[in-house]
Every structure is written in C-alpha cells, then in structure tokens.
Design a protein around this ligand. Structure first.
Ligand SMILES: Nc1ncnc2c1ncn2[C@@H]1O[C@H](COP(=O)(O)OP(=O)(O)O)[C@@H](O)[C@H]1O
Ligand SMILES: [Mg+2]
Length: 575
C-alpha cells in the first residue's frame, strides 16, 4: 500500500496521537472512580449524620480536574492525528497531480476528466477519513473498551462478566444495522448526485429542451430518479430509527444487570454501594465504542476502495520517457524517415511510411483531406506519441534521444483548436513565457492583425477573455493562438490549420507581415486552404489516407495536375 510511506513520514504524530488518545480515555475512566468514592463518602456521612463538606468539595474538584485533563488530551490527539491526516491529504494530492502531469496523451485519452477530478478530490478525502478520524476513533474505541473492562474487572470480575454477557449479541446487531445504514446512505448519495447532474444538464440545455418541446419528457425522467431517491431515503430513515432504541435497550440491559447483580453482591457485602454508580458509568462509557465501530468500519472500507483506485492510477507509467537533461540550441533540421504510426486507443493507422525533410529557413506546407494524418505529424514531432516504425530525426539525433522538455520548449505550436484560459488577453498570449512584456505582445498582435480589435475592447490588452470575459470569435481565437506561439522565439514553428476561420483579406495581410519572420525558422504549416500554402510554402506534401501522394514545390504540385491541383481549382472557383 502506497500509504505506508506517509505513515512513516508522520509516524511521530501518530505515536503521540495514540498516547494522547489513551491518556484521555484513562483519565475519563478515573471520573467513575471518583464518583464511586464520593458516593461511598455520602453514604457513610448519612450513616454518621454528619456532612464533611470539605471532603465533598475535594471530589468535585477532582472531577473537574479529570474532565479538564481528559479534554486537553483529546484536543492534543486531534492536533496530532487529524493534523497529520491533513498533511497526508496534501501530499497525496500533490503526488497525484504530479503524476497526471507526467502522463502522456494516451493515458489522458483513456481517463475521463470527471474520473480524474474525482480521484484527486473524492478518493483522496476518503483516504483522509481513514488516516485521520477512523484511526483516531479506532484507537479510542480499543483503548476505551480495554481500559473500561480492566477497571470493571478490578471492581468485580463476576459483575463484569454478567454485564458484558449480552454485549456480543448486541454488538452483532448494531454492526449489521450500521452496515445496512452505510449501504443505504451510499446508495442515497449516488441517487442524489445522479439527480444533481441530471438537473445541471437539463438547466444548461434548457433552450434545446424548449425548442424541441421536451419539457414533459425531462420531467418524467427526473420523476423516475426522484422516486427511487425518495423511497430509499424513507427506508434509510426507517433503518436509522432502529439504531437509537437498540442502543437504549443495550444500555438499559447493562444497567439493570448492574443493579440486580450489583444489589445482590452489595447485600453479600462483596462490593461497596459506590461500585454500583461506578459500574453504571462504565456501562455508559462502553456504549459509545459500539456506535463508533460500525461507522469506523464503513470509513475503512471506503478508504481502502479509494486507496486502491489511487494506487492503480499511480502504478500506470508514462510510455513517453525522457532520457536526457541536456540543454542545447535547437537548429530545426527535421527528418521523417519511413514513419508509420497507429493510434492504440482507436487502432487507426494514421501514418504509413511517411518520409520528408525540412531544413531551417524552409517552410513546409502540408495538406490533404480531413483525417488523412496531417495533425498526427505534429503529435509525433511534439512527442506526445512515439512512432511505431521508422524514425524522426531532429538536428541529426533521434527524437527519442532529445531532452523531451527542452525539445517541447523549443517548438512553437499552434494547435487546431486552441484552448483559452479565463484570464486576460495579455496573460493568455504570455502563457508560454515566464516573464511578460507588453510591448512585445503588442508588436506580435500587430503582426497577426489583432491589435486594432484589441484596442476597441474595454480594457484592451487587460480584457478578460473566455467564459468569464468577452467571447472571442473563431478567427480571433486562432490569431490569439498564433500570437501565443510567436511569443516563443523558437527555431521550429508548427501551425495546424490556424487560418481556417480567417477571411482571405486578413489571411493575406498576416502572411505578408510574417513572411520575413518565418524565413529564419523551420516552419511546417498544415492548411486546408491552399492559398496559404501557395503564398508561404517552399515545399509541399499532400496526404491521402496516411500516405504522401504528392510532393514538391507549390508550383510543381500545380503542374502535376493531380489531387492537389483539383482541390486548388475548386477553391479558386469558390472565391
Ligand atoms: N488521439 C487520437 N486517438 C485516436 N485516433 C486518432 C487520434 N487523433 C487522430 N486519430 C485518427 O487518426 C487519423 C488521422 O488523424 P489526423 O492526423 O488528426 O488527421 P487530419 O489532421 O489530417 O485531419 C484519423 O482517422 C483520426 O480519426
Ligand atoms: Mg487535423
């Protein structure tokens, strides 16, 4: 179990915690001893027709002192055990988060976001309920039961045995009842979250529901879930209603046994009158552990299920492994040598024996139908996946021998659909950089024809964008992504169809602005629109079903009169 290392890390806290729990419990037991003495004292005072008020005050003082000391130890035990469970929770969240960051695309594709979120919040907090409260109560239960029984035995073994005799039966009943309550409340909880997500979904799709006049249908659907939920809830209430009476009967039986058997022993002068009061207090102290036991066992079961889910996740190792920590200038000479690649998650062969070469200061255009494998080239260049066959050589070295993080740092990449953070425009563009420089951002935004638009926004470069700010259009989003990539002054620039939502006029302006900047880099541009490729690329490859079917300079491709030319003519006609 991966929890072991945390227990070892915080062992000091746990040892002290266990000591504090024990002391707290034992001091609480002594209250019963004091009450016994006080009772005996009162009785003997009654016999002697005198009242020793000084002695009586002393007992009161003892009782207060014992409560106080027991309380202080209880406080200290929380300070040690609960605090270290919070530390473990913190460590575990960090460990999981770091693990997620190491994972590759394949892994992230196979896990739903909701699942991952659950693991980092739900599961970790369930484990915390074990490392904190469950351990604390368990120790408390054990110490209380053992110490109370030993105190009882000290008074009268016979009375102890008689009082404890029915306990196993009761504890079994209570345990079963707790299990049933736990199972029911888990189920109720599940129904509730089902209902919440259903309501959430229908609220956010309310317009769609209204357009299609589906109100009744959704109402009925909610009613079905709600019915089950309320039935289970009622059942939970009924089951819970049994708990208190059962406890009362258990305590009652203990007290009756104490009074009857204790009375007989008292008459036979085997015990003192105070022992009966003392015993009644012990019986009360024993009831709490029985209530706690069912609850603690549920906590432990849940935590162990959660921990094994966490362990399973932590045991998955990334398939992309970094082998180098070297830092060096990346020139940007890229060679694909007979590369084949199949996505394992879908079994789709995306590339088949693809070979090409791009040198610094060359601009390679890639085109082809949707799904022909273009974006996959970038996935492989960024090493989100490793190739199945062939090799990718960058600056004369296999991509697998490069420092993974350094390589990614030295590649500027404009994805097909860029993600924007709920943040200012400035921060969105500066995301790849650690230090920000507004002037540099302005310069780049002018190049991507975004500056004029931005100046019209309420807070200009400090305007919030995304969900909580202004909504940007598809074309603006693409240009923000382009600016974000250009701010990284790298020798390799990969652009995946980032001009698709731009009008021809803007597109040509951007192309003109960027021409000189791009001419010093290794650039690969994927584009459906061949106008971009025609005006920028120095060479072109054309994909069909994962294979390069045509390649050459843009003019050569037109002269070939093949697929490329056909698509080009179609696009020209539409203009
Ligand atoms: N992450 C992925 N997992 C599984 N299959 C994928 C993934 N990405 C792409 N594919 C599949 O690989 C093929 C090539 O995809 P892609 O390179 O994105 O094409 P293009 O960019 O030319 O439209 C497609 O059939 C696509 O469905
Ligand atoms: Mg694509």
């Amino acid at each position: 179990m991966l929890l072991k290392k945390y227990f070892i890390k915080y062992i000091k806290y746990y040892v002290f915690g266990i000591i504090f729990v024990s002391l707290s419990s034992i001091f609480a037991n002594y209250q019963a001893v004091v009450v016994r003495k006080a009772t005996n004292e009162i009785l003997s005072n009654i016999h002697q027709h005198s009242f020793n008020s000084h002695q009586f005050l002393m007992y009161l003082f003892y009782l207060l002192g014992l409560s106080l000391v027991s309380g202080i130890f209880m406080f200290l035990m929380r300070q040690t055990i609960i605090v270290s469970s919070r530390h473990i929770e913190y460590d575990q969240k960090n460990e999981l988060y770091q693990h997620f960051q190491k994972m590759d695309r394949h892994f992230l594709k196979m896990q739903s976001v909701g699942d991952l979120m659950n693991k980092i919040s739900e599961d970790v907090s369930r484990v915390r309920m074990f490392t904190g409260p469950a351990i604390m109560y368990l120790v408390n239960v054990i110490v209380t039961v053992l110490s109370v029984i030993s105190f009882m035995l000290h008074v009268s073994p016979l009375l102890t045995i008689i009082v404890l005799l029915p306990l196993p039966l009761f504890s079994l009943a209570i345990f079963q009842l707790s299990r049933r309550i736990n199972a029911l409340s888990t189920s109720v909880q599940e129904k509730l979250s089902l209902m919440t997500s259903f309501v959430q979904e229908s609220v956010s799709s309310i317009r769609l529901i209204k357009i299609h006049a589906k109100e009744k249908f959704f109402n009925q659907k909610l009613n079905t879930i709600n019915d089950v939920y309320s039935k289970e809830f009622v059942q939970l209430g009924k089951t819970e209603a049994l708990f208190q009476p059962l406890m009362t009967i258990m305590v009652g039986t203990g007290i009756i046994a104490t009074i009857v058997v204790g009375g007989i022993l008292l008459v036979k002068q085997k015990i003192e009158p105070g022992n009966i009061t003392e015993f009644v207090m012990y019986v009360y102290r024993l009831t709490w552990p029985f209530t706690a036991l069912g609850w603690v066992s549920a906590l432990i079961q849940r935590a162990s299920a959660s921990q094994s889910r966490i362990n399973e996740l932590l045991s998955i190792q990334p398939q992309i492994i970094n082998t180098s920590n070297e830092i060096y200038p990346v020139k940007g000479h890229i060679v694909f040598d007979n590369v084949s690649f199949t996505y394992k998650e879908s079994g789709i062969q995306a590339l088949q024996e693809v070979s090409f070469e791009v040198r610094p200061s060359e601009i390679l255009g890639i085109s082809g139908k949707v799904g022909s494998g273009k974006s996959t080239i970038f996935q492989l260049l960024l090493r989100f996946y490793d190739v199945d066959k062939g090799s990718i050589i960058i600056d004369g070295k296999n991509i697998k021998e490069h420092n993974l993080y350094w390589l990614r740092k030295n590649i500027a990449y404009v994805p097909q659909d860029a993600f924007l953070f709920n943040d200012t425009l400035l921060n969105n563009i500066l995301f790849p950089e650690t230090t920000g420089d507004l002037d540099k951002v302005i310069e780049i935004c002018k190049k991507v024809e975004l500056h004029d638009t931005i100046m019209q926004w309420p807070n200009q470069y400090h305007t919030m964008i995304g969900e909580r700010g202004i909504n940007v259009s598809g074309g603006q989003r693409q240009r923000i992504a382009l600016a974000r990539a250009l701010i990284k002054q790298t020798s390799i620039l990969l652009i995946d169809d980032a001009f698709s939502a731009l009008d021809n006029d803007t597109e040509q302006k951007i192309v003109a602005n960027l021409k000189s900047e791009l001419s010093s880099k290794t650039v690969i541009i994927i584009a459906q629109k061949l106008s971009i490729i025609q005006s920028l690329a120095t060479k072109v490859i054309y994909f069909k079903e994962g294979k390069i079917i045509e390649s050459g300079s843009p003019d050569e491709l037109l002269q070939l009169n093949g697929e490329y030319k056909k698509v080009y003519d179609l696009q020209m006609m539409r203009k």
